[in-house]
Design a protein around this ligand. Structure first.
Ligand code: ATP
Ligand code: MG
Length: 270
């Protein structure tokens, strides 16, 4: 049994108190010409140490939901709470990692990039640098702490962004298709690294993807969203899957089931 599966077994026995609750959330954008409904009455819970994946086709509102959890957008209907408090804006308790490789400050070193959010949130310089070094060691970038972003590959830049978010010790780590722009091999390696990091540190993750395989590998739970406007089509438990066994029958069955849900518009939520 993998370490990740052992950890998942522990999660199953923890009390059922959600860390984040998304309750009947409708999210809209107002443009001068249109009112766009991005999600319609979406509900799901996120428990401490969950690896919750939001999976759905392009335009179904995955990034919009993540932005709402981050506090950049407010629901027009329903509510999102963190530790029973309604989320009313961004905060250091929710850190985001984006798809783009250019989310680092190019004029700062890797260590300074990781330390920066801590410094502006009142952490002292010595502690910020110590936490930056520690986070960079966890993503295997100790050798690159004095490098500048332009000296790194895409995968390394994403590791720095993950270290920067982790060093803040957020309640929830939000990742919006962080590996979508990587080549297939690097992407696979990064997925498995993320799971090992989760196994070491035990953080709470909300991860957006439109790759079915990535969803099943990364997620302990997968929320499948319908096409625009996004509604919850199904919520699947992947706790018992071993992420290293991508060729297993169970893995194939689950990805086929999700694929059926996503491509068959007649599928009914259950
Ligand atoms: N700033 C905006 N103004 C107006 N409409 C927007 C804005 N951002 C997103 N939308 C619309 O909201 C809907 C959901 O967009 P969102 O970016 O959340 O989708 P997504 O599931 O993340 O898609 P993708 O997989 O392509 O990233 C889409 O119809 C999109 O056109
Ligand atoms: Mg998106």
């Amino acid at each position: 049994m993998s370490q990740v599966m052992e950890r998942a077994a522990v999660i199953d026995t923890t009390p059922d108190v959600p860390l984040v609750r998304v309750e009947g959330v409708t999210l809209q954008y107002k443009t001068p010409e249109h009112l766009v409904t991005a999600t319609y009455r979406v509900s799901f819970d996120i428990h401490k140490q969950d690896r919750l994946v939001l999976l759905g086709p392009s335009g179904c509102g995955k990034s919009t939901l993540l932005k709402a959890i981050a506090g950049f957008l407010h629901p027009v209907e329903g509510r999102i709470t963190l530790k029973d408090k309604v989320i009313d804006g961004p905060g250091p308790d929710r850190m985001m990692v984006f798809q783009e490789f250019d989310q680092l400050l190019p004029w700062k070193t890797v260590a300074a990039n990781v330390a920066y959010p801590m410094l502006i949130n009142g952490v002292g310089r010595d502690e910020a640098m110590a936490r930056a070094r520690d986070a960079l060691a966890k993503v295997n970038l100790t050798k690159f702490i004095d490098a500048y972003p332009h000296m790194l590959s895409g995968g390394m830049k994403q590791r720095v962004a993950i270290a920067r978010a982790m060093a803040m010790k957020p309640d929830v780590l939000l990742m919006d298709e962080p590996y979508a722009a990587l080549d297939a091999l690097t992407r696979r390696k990064m997925q498995e690294e993320l799971l090992h990091l989760w196994n070491d540190v035990g953080f709470t993750l909300v991860f957006v993807t439109h790759s079915i395989e990535e969803a099943v590998v990364v997620g302990s739970r997968v929320v499948v969203l319908s096409p625009h406007p996004g509604q919850v089509r199904a919520e699947l438990n992947c706790h018992d899957l071993d992420f290293t066994q991508r060729d297993s029958v169970e893995f194939g069955r689950l990805t086929a089931r999700i694929s059926h849900m996503l491509f068959d518009s007649q599928t009914i939520a259950h």
